[in-house]
Design a protein around this ligand. Sequence first.
Ligand code: TYD
Ligand code: MG
Length: 429
Amino acid sequence: MKQKNQKIYVCDNCGEESLSWAGKCSYCNSWNSLKEIFVSSEEQKSNVENLEYKKISDIDLTNNIRIDSGISELNGVLGGGFVRGSVILLGGEPGIGKSTITSQICNLPKKILFLSAEESLPQIKDRLIRLKIDNKNLDLASGGDLLALEKKVQKERYDLVIVDSIQTVYISDLNTSAGSISQVKESGLFLQKMAKKYDIVTLIIGHVTKDGTIAGPKIIEHLVDVVLYLEGDKNHQGRVIRGIKNRFGSTNEIGLFMMTGEGLQEVSNPSEMFLSQRQNKAGSVICSVVEGKRILFIEIQAITVITKYGYAKRTCSGYDLNRLSLLAAVIQKNIGIDLSSCDIYLNVVGGIKIKEPAADLAVCAAIISSYKNKPYNDQACFLGEVGLMGEVRRVILQKERISESKKIGYQPISSEHIKEIREISNKYL
Ligand code: TYD
Ligand code: MG
C-alpha cells in the first residue's frame, strides 16, 4: 500500500510502478524511463465515504436520459446518444478528423466546454466558423491544466465537456510531462471522476500513434464507459466511427462519414460513396461486407503483374496480407494459374478495412479477373468464404446479403451459385 504523499516511480514506457528508482525498468527493460511522481493523499484515504452507497430502491434512473448528439450516425454507435455523466474516448490517428467531429458536436443546444490543449482559441474558433457552428452556450478554453478545468466545471455546470486531447492535458501535481504514461493514466482517472461527480458527458480525444513515443489512449480504455475509434485512410474521404466498448449499448454499430470541405458529412447511402467512381474493368469486383449491423457494397481491386524479381510480391491496402498470400496459393493450386511468378497488388477502395472471410471470394475473383485480363458482368457481386480446397462456403448473414444485393440491382455470386472457385472463370468470365 502506498503511503500518504509518498514518492513513487512510474515507468514512462509501460506504466510499471516501483518504490525506488532504477536506471532500467524491471518490467519492460527500457532505460532511464522511471519518473518520480507523488501519490496524492486523497487517493489514499480509505473510509466509507469513498464508496457511493445506496439501496437499490433509492437509486434514481430518471436522469439517465440520453442526450442526442445531433449526428444520427454517431447516435447509432452510441446506442441512442450520450448518457449523462458518461465518459467517451474517441481515438484515431492524427489528422483523421477527431477535432472536426467533436467541433460539430458543439452545435448541440447544450452548455458545452471545448478544452483544447493543442490549439489556440483563434484556431478553434476558426474551425467552428468554417463548420458553421453557432452555439451561444459554447465556451472555449485553451490549455491543459485539468485542476483548472475542474474549477471552471464546478462553477459553470456544463452538459458536455470535450477534452482535446488526453496526451496534451496534465495534472500539475504530477511532475511528469503531458503525454507520459503516468500523466495519461492519471488524467483519464481525473476526468472520469469529474464526469461522475458533476454528471457531465465527457468526451476525451486520444491520438493513436504507431510509434510508441506517446502513450496511447489504450491505457485508459478500461476507465471510460464508451470507446470509439475514428478510422479511415487520410487519402480518402470515407471515415468510419466504430464502437469498441460501450457500457450502454452494443458495439456492433458503425457510423459512416465523408470528410468534406464542410466537415464530416453523414453518409446515408454508403454504396454510393464506395462505388460512385467505379469502372468495370478487369481486376475490379463488387463485394458485400458486413460492418456492424450494416451491409455495405464496396469495390475490391487487384492487379497481377509478372514479377521482376525472383520472389513474387504481395501488397495490399485495407486487407490482411497473410490472407492474400493464402488465397493466392489456393488459386494457384485449384485453378492452376501460376501466381508464383506474379506480383499481386490488392486494394479495398474507399479506405475501408476488411476483416471478415466473407470477402475471400471477391478477392479471388479480382485476382483471377486481372490475371485473365477480363472483367465480370457489371452487376456481379461476390460473397463467400474460400476454403483451402478451393471450396466456396456460406458466410454469416448470407441470405440478408443476397436479398440486399438483389434489391439494389446486383447479381449475387455466392455458395448458392458456385461450389468451387474454378467455376468463377468458367461461368462468369
Ligand atoms: P482534424 O479534425 O484536425 O484531425 P484530428 O483532430 O484527428 O487530428 O482534421 C484534420 C484534417 O481534416 C485536416 O487535414 C483538414 C481536414 N478537414 C477537412 O477536410 N474539412 C474540414 O471541414 C475540416 C475542419 C478539416
Ligand atoms: Mg485534433
